[in-house]
Write a new protein. Sequence first.
Length: 322
Amino acid sequence: MTARVAAGARLHFGFQNLSLARERLYGGVGVALDAPRVVVEAETAEGVHCDDALVAECAERAVDLLDVPGAAVTVTDRLPRHVGLGSGTQFALATLSAVAAAHDRDPAVRDHAPAMGRGGRSGVGVAAFESGGFVVDGGHPTELFTAAPPENGVWTVPPVTARHELPTDWRFVVALPETGAGRSGDREDESMRSVVERADPGIADDIGGVLLRRVLPGAAEGDRDTFGAGVAKLGRLNGAWYADEQGGVYRPPAGRIVEALSNCPAVAGAGQSSWGPAVWGLTDERGVGAARDAAAEALDTVGVSGRVLVTTPRNHGVAVES
């Protein structure tokens, strides 16, 4: 049997807390996007067959976890890697789901994500894959923090504490500057440990107020201005934690692109996704042209090539066909 799995990207607006002085650590905040997408196809086979090294590794893990003979796996659509759109998690979980569907098995995504190496800090990528929408996760008890990253499979994915579908006329304009890749793997782990060990707990308190009084009400009521301004502020506050690691509140040249989008009247809020370099701006159907032009002009102004995407919130999870 052959199965096809399609999953969208995600934006990561930031964390609720990175200070060891507070009870819960991390607590991701983000949103699922309809595009760009990763599309993975799998067919039953003996052993693993795949010409993409990353996906082949994911398929090997999936075959072991599901206890199936194997799969021939093909990637027909890809997310750009290490740019802040969650490619690692979406590739891994799409591969797991495709292999499972090909063998008529339950992928048990949330249970198997840790063994696939995903969902260790933020649960946003897993939640976006499962059900889409705007999601907030509950993080981990702070006492579980260790200087060394945990081995794959020894943690659990943080629980979803809030989820809202966002209006279908909202649009995210995403600028992808062609600069170095965002942090991932061991380098990301080292940076995160450094940030956590010296994080100002007062920033977490400010973020809690923004989340409770602006972001969540804005999402619940479909108030684009309140939501956009709230997640933009949440991102700026996160940037204060990361400034020493990424060269400023935003990773250069993301700050100048964020500024340009923020100054566009059609944009309700703008920020950097995860470690970047992706920059997002929130607008609606009527404001897409102006927001896209502002992002493109910002790329020209900072002197880097890149592309600008326009996408919608994805209010549903992964699509599986078999």
